[in-house]
Design a binder for this molecule. Sequence first.
Ligand SMILES: [Zn+2]
Length: 275
Amino acid sequence: MTTRPEIHLQFAPELRLFVPSERCQGRTAVRTDGSSSLGHVIESLGVPLTEAGRITVDGTPTPRSHVPRAGESIDVYAVERPQHIPGAPLRFLLDVHLGTLARRLRLLGVDAAYFSEDIGDPALATHSAREQRVLLSRDRGLLHRRELWAGAYVYSDQPDIQLRDVLGRFAPVLAPWTRCTACNGDLKEATKAEVSAHLHGGTERSYDVFAQCTVCERPYWRGAHHARLNAIVEEAVRDFGPTSPTSPTSPTSPTSPTSPASPTLPRPAPRSADA
Ligand SMILES: [Zn+2]
């Protein structure tokens, strides 16, 4: 005869959106199969394990591999912020619905891979594993995939809030204006002659300071969208610094939007309104 022990779980407020509403009022009773781990039980209730932090059993911190026994009282907390992902430099992979967030992370110099076409959940998860990237998604099913190297649920559908969510959760080092918002490549300083083939006549006449992507060769300059993009950068650096020492907006070498171009990079603005 199999025994089906009854346990009592309570989820942190941040995790309750994943759990059926009838299980959100205080502790919820669950009968397990007697052999599944705590991690499996939590996941089966809808909570991606990427979002589960500390777990306690009768008040004692306990690993996810624990097989719960009858009568245990279990608390599941959200991940701690900032969350440290061990094993590789912090890099991200964003699902197809998070294009604006990807461009904003790149604007801040954060390594953010993104495929504009839907390559499918298995391919995304495999890419996360191969390149050791933290997969950012609003798709809970995707975050349940076993192949994932690491992942995180993006809680909002608003790019402004998404950006603050990711910066607050992972505290990546910021290096604004160093990465191509179109392809994630590194930018380098460029002369007008180097980028002239990519410019329209008006742009070539109006600007003198350029940068260029080392991968896709897209040119950057401080164009019409600079003020709006600069506002995103300034807010992120103010609230989620520090920045990389090589970044033009490093606290040790402050520059204002009206100051001359930094010696490191010309603080270019992407040529189109795509952030
Ligand atoms: Zn590029």
